[in-house]
Design a binder for this molecule. Structure first.
Ligand code: NI
Length: 183
């Protein structure tokens, strides 16, 4: 027996604006299987996050050159040590979006791995962030600033329709996340 259903289509192919299209569709009785296939394709719209970890070791000093050593030590603590010190940075790269229903892929992990290696690890690993990296020539290499710099470096390499988030661990207990999750 033929049956009628209201079908919603969410179109998000043209940037962040979602267009909801509602149509009445009449299915023949033998179309029940195809209706459920269509339903699943149209309603499985929850985004998914894929994560890839990166790692680099780097040295830094947190100080503002025009400040006195006392003021720098008071503000930045041990990280103001003039002879530099190192951290083992762990970077978590989050990519969020909709999985391609045909391939089951959000973003190719092989590509994401290569981008992180080339743009983050090769750039910062075993470097002195203050002396070797132009990104921090006029910016104090705090965990906050490094996190934002990594985001800005990676953003152009991630497809525009996918959301990007960076979490940077300076120690297992100190980390920054950018952009912040505003709840
Ligand atoms: Ni430090």
């Amino acid at each position: 027996m033929p049956f009628q259903r209201r079908a919603f289509f969410i179109c998000n192919q043209h940037g962040p604006t979602f267009v909801l299209i509602s149509v009445h569709v009449t299915f023949p009785s033998w179309g029940l299987y195809f209706y459920h296939r269509l339903f699943n394709n149209c309603f499985m719209t929850h985004p998914l996050s894929l994560y890839r970890m990166g790692h680099f070791n780097a040295a830094h000093q947190l100080a503002i050159s025009t400040w006195s050593m006392e003021k720098n030590l008071e503000t930045f603590g041990k990280c103001a040590n003039p002879n530099f010190h190192g951290h083992n940075y762990e970077v978590e790269v989050r990519v969020t979006g909709h999985v391609d229903p045909e391939t089951g892929i959000l973003i190719n992990l092989k590509d994401l791995k290569a981008i992180i290696e080339r743009e983050v690890e090769d750039r910062f690993d075993h470097k002195n962030l203050n002396l070797d990296c132009p990104e921090f020539k006029h910016k104090v290499p705090t965990v906050e600033n490094i996190c934002v710099v990594i985001y800005d470096i990676l953003r152009p390499f991630i497809p525009a329709e996918l959301d990007l988030g960076i979490k940077l661990y300076e120690t297992p207990r100190n980390y920054a996340e950018y952009p912040a999750r505003i709840i």
